[in-house]
Design a protein around this ligand. Structure first.
Ligand code: CP
Ligand code: NVA
Length: 312
């Protein structure tokens, strides 16, 4: 498994053995880090982190991860670089890749990360676009594995509207042979392009995607319950309308009771308690939400070291 020098824009671009290879490497790095061993995998290397949107987990985990691997990461926010406004995305990619070793970008339009990748000579990592959030899903899958569950054949239920996290769960999940269920209000289902892609891939991998409006049908017997905010970054003006449209699409104790007894609950965070999930569920023994948040650090260390590390 060699992914050195590649971009990481969506999980669609990665094979099952590559995804599981990243997860295995991430778990190994987590173990050795917890045993107190230091690492030089990114020694002498700099990551440029450019953001068009806010972040806690993504920013902190990449910054800390690079530090723990012996390298550095620097943050440049919306007003510093002016992606596509002060300067073209093409020129920014060429300039940055002449000076840093990895570019990690959080953007609105997915085309921006695609254009960065097209013109960058160093790996570009998508740290969330309107279309996909692949780094999140690596941490999610690592957390599922740590709960003792096999990824292949797993029944993962996502409750909420189709968004970047939903699409990425479907991409990664179906490639690994999971059965993904989504329960979304009418008009907020995951996009048709993603559903068509899922149909094509499922025949090859044995995974499946079931799209429904029924929370009960989707949650019944699930191994994993997953949710995300009703209005994503960039959709703030729709927040109030979505609160009405999404009423009933909340993971509460009643919904959790429909899943398997040993089901785990995940949320990429930030959470809006009382909307997509209750605090009671996040604080319940089934919740792995904060382990999942910690794993952003470990999963991405594995990813970065494999894409751009000194030994990969
Ligand atoms: N889950 C996640 O990506 O969190 P941030 O938006 O805080 O980075
Ligand atoms: N769907 C959310 C994920 C946040 C990590 C958003 O894009 O805002």
């Amino acid at each position: 498994m060699n992914i050195k020098g590649r971009h990481f824009l969506t999980l669609k671009d990665y094979r099952a053995d590559e995804i599981t290879g990243i997860l295995a490497y991430a778990s190994q790095l987590k173990r050795t880090f917890k045993q107190g061993q230091s690492s030089t995998l990114m020694e002498g290397k700099m990551m440029a982190m450019i953001f068009q949107k806010p972040s806690l987990r993504t920013r902190v985990s990449f910054e800390t991860g690079m530090f723990q691997l012996g390298g550095s990461a620097r943050y440049w926010g919306p007003s510093d670089i002016g992606l596509g406004a002060r300067e073209s995305v093409e020129d920014i990619a060429k300039v940055l890749s002449g000076q840093v070793d990895v570019i990690r970008a959080r953007v609105f339009g997915h085309k921006i990360v695609e254009e960065l990748a097209e013109f960058s000579s160093v790996p570009v990592i998508n740290g969330l676009s309107d279309y996909a959030h692949p780094c999140q899903i690596l941490a999610d899958f690592q957390t599922i594995q740590e709960s003792g569950k096999e990824l292949e054949g797993l029944e993962l239920t996502y409750i909420g509207g189709g968004n970047n996290v939903t699409s990425s769960l479907i991409f990664g999940g179906l490639i690994l042979g999971m059965h993904v269920f989504t329960a979304s209000p009418r008009g907020f289902q995951v996009g048709e392009g993603v559903q068509d892609w899922a149909k094509q891939v499922s025949s090859r991998t044995g995974g499946s995607l079931t799209v429904t409006e029924s929370v009960e049908d989707a949650a019944q017997g699930a191994d994993v319950l997953y949710t995300d905010v009703w209005a994503s970054m960039g959709q703030e003006s729709e927040s109030e309308a979505r609160k009405v449209a999404f009423r009933g699409y909340t993971i509460d104790q009643q919904v959790l009771d429909l899943a398997k007894d040993e089901a785990i609950v995940l949320h990429c965070l930030p959470a809006h308690y009382g909307e997509e999930i209750t605090k009671e569920v996040v604080d319940s023994p089934n919740s792995r939400v904060f382990e999942q948040a910690e794993n952003r650090l470990h999963a991405q260390k594995g990813l970065v070291a494999l894409l751009a590390g000194n030994e990969s």
